[in-house]
Every structure is written in structure tokens, then in C-alpha cells.
Design a protein around this ligand. Structure first.
Ligand code: AMP
Length: 180
């Protein structure tokens, strides 16, 4: 399993889909699944830039994982996004459900992604929702990196301020270096 993490607008979706195609991995985006299946109340929370409850997300990911022919041959975009979700995922590793995922962090400044998001124009790309997502990223998602490091799980930083082609190449170089 490859896990692609990064602030909103860092290119997780673009890079995740591309990489999944290259490596014949099943692409799983919790955001995509939610945009299709979430309840009215959940959609509203998403549009405002909020996060959904860990319990709901974990149950959803658990169900998705049960459907995957090979959990190790998957790429997750947008999960985990909190410490509780990360703990759950590492518990699944401990239980032997999958091998330790490769965690990629697409690293880019907030100023750069603001420009990108206002161009993208999804319904949760309003200035207010973007600020909310930045705040939640710092408060809820960013602590995951220290948590992983303190558990001796490597996180690979990718410079995501480059062009999409360059970011893709950086990821490939990184994955090749891990294999060696
Ligand atoms: P994304 O497409 O990854 O940017 O996700 C869009 C929205 O879906 C997020 O802003 C959250 O509201 C919700 N969402 C997606 N994945 C998660 C997750 N792992 N935990 C909580 N909320 C999530």
C-alpha cells in the first residue's frame, strides 16, 4: 500500500491516480467515495471544509479494504487524516492484514496551493473552506508525521511545489531508492 498525504491542493489526487496506474494499484480516495455516497449532513460538513468522524471513516475504509483483492496493491489518497485513523491503520498492519504502507508526503506551501485551489473551483474550494481545511490539516493531520516518526515508520517527503511531471518523477525516484 502506498499512502499519499499532503495539504489540500498538494496534488494528491493527480499524483495518486497517476502512480496507481503506473504501479497497477487500486486507487482509493476517501474524498471521492464520500462525494458520491455521503449523506446530506456529511456533504455539508465537507463543503464547509470540515472533517468527518474517525468512526465513520474507519468503518468505510474497513469495508473498502474487505473488497480489495490485495490490500497491499492499493494506493490511498486522503486516508489516514488523523491520529486515530493512523493508529487504526498501524493496528491493521500489526494484525497482519497488510504490510507497512509507504507513506509519501507531498510537501508544498499554503500560498502555492491557495493559487491552485482557486483555479480548481470545487464546491469546497471557497476561501473560507480552504482556510478551514488548512486549520484542520495543521491541528489534526500534521501530527501524524511525528507520530509515524516516533514509531520508526519512515515518511518520504516529496517536493510538491514543482510541475506535475516533476512531482511524478520525484515520487518514482523516491520509490526506486526505497527498493534498492
Ligand atoms: P479530499 O478529496 O481528500 O480533499 O476530501 C474531501 C473531504 O472529504 C475532506 O475535506 C473531508 O471533509 C472529507 N474526508 C476525506 N477523507 C477523510 C478522512 N480520512 N477523514 C475525515 N474526513 C475525510
Amino acid at each position: 500500500m502506498i499512502v499519499v498525504m499532503g495539504i489540500v491542493g498538494s496534488g494528491k489526487g493527480t499524483q495518486g491516480k497517476w502512480l496507481a496506474e503506473d504501479h497497477k494499484l487500486v486507487y482509493v480516495s476517501t474524498g471521492d467515495i464520500l462525494r458520491e455516497h455521503a449523506s446530506q449532513e456529511q456533504q455539508e460538513r465537507m463543503a464547509a471544509g470540515g472533517l468527518l468522524d474517525d468512526k465513520e471513516i474507519i468503518a468505510m475504509v474497513d469495508a473498502v479494504m474487505k473488497e480489495l483483492p490485495n490490500v497491499n496493491a492499493s494506493l490511498f489518497d486522503g486516508f489516514p487524516r488523523s491520529l486515530a485513523q493512523t493508529e487504526w491503520l498501524l493496528d491493521q498492519v500489526k494484525a497482519g492484514r497488510l504490510t507497512m504502507p509507504v507513506f509519501l508526503h507531498l510537501n508544498v506551501s499554503k500560498d502555492e496551493v491557495k493559487k491552485r485551489l482557486l483555479l480548481r473551483g470545487r464546491n469546497d474550494d471557497t476561501p473560507e473552506a480552504i482556510e478551514k481545511r488548512f486549520e484542520l490539516y495543521d491541528a489534526v493531520t500534521d501530527p501524524i508525521f511525528d507520530y509515524l516518526k516516533s514509531n520508526n515508520v519512515p515518511v518520504y517527503d516529496i517536493n510538491a511545489a514543482q510541475t506535475p511531471d516533476e512531482v511524478h518523477q520525484s515520487i518514482i525516484d523516491c520509490l526506486n531508492a526505497i527498493k534498492e
